[in-house]
Design a protein around this ligand. Sequence first.
Ligand code: NAP
Length: 294
Amino acid sequence: MEILDGKKISNQIKEEIAAEVAQMKERGEKVPHLAAVIVGNDGASMTYVNSKVRSCEKVGFESTLIRLPSTTSELELLKKIDQLNQDDDIDGFIVQLPLPEQIDTQKVIMAIDPDKDVDGFHPTNFGKMALDMSTFIPATPFGILELLERYNVETKGKHTVVIGRSHIVGRPMSILMGRKGWPGNSTVTLTHSHTKNITQIISQADIVISALGVPHFLKAEMVKDDAVVIDVGITRVPDESREKGYYLAGDVDFENVSKKASFITPVPGGVGPMTIAMLLKNTLLAREQHRGER
Ligand code: NAP
């Protein structure tokens, strides 16, 4: 069994990006600038956004964090997005999800200029991804592809079972694993909460990508020998014995599944750090695409 070490690979990617940024600086070019908008003060969202901003600083990007109160109206947020779309200094920006209930998430995603949509959530970018065109790939699936590639995991002709069909993880992942190319060329089954015989389907998988958010859902008896297991899940499980009052659990019973798997991602230290690294990669791509225009 080999660990797909997202922490190590994400650090390598950050070093590669930092080297490119250093060269940009040497050439006197503008460095990439990422803005992040957060509405409200949800603990997990704040942690993610702060970590994204810190990572920008580490690689030499400029970053701007825009904090809006939880009472922000949809119109106010749309105005902020319009400002960011117009601001030539910003190469890419993200709006941290989930948003408060008074705001329609789809409207917000639609309002982002696709050229600055480094999360890859806008239908234009999602459509391009589905058509194998060059675009911003959503950071979590992009990070999983990168891990498979850097560890030379064969995907061609394999059966991939994706658990969960969210727009940010499961759905794009299922498209990417079935695309013509590498990583890809696998036969994909996309499963969800209405899938019948899910245990039987998972037991046939060469590659399992679990993104449902149910701690320890995937047990050793559900996966076949030598399966590749990717755990996307991150759930805060309350635990008073810990300093923070919770611990982070993946979807996979790591201790037992790791004994059967050929490759497996840990939680934490697997897909999570890769997501941030790929957001940086998308921001670098956005800067490169804007070069010459501004
Ligand atoms: P989501 O929007 O809540 O979607 C969960 C999906 O899982 C849904 O498609 C749901 O089916 C399915 N599901 C729920 N219970 C199921 C069950 N018992 N059997 C089969 N399918 C079931 O979740 P998400 O945003 O994709 O996130 C999933 C997990 O990944 C969460 O723990 C989240 O924190 C984590 N995450 C991690 C990263 C990272 O960087 N590592 C990034 C994003 C998300 P229905 O569609 O039928 O409801």
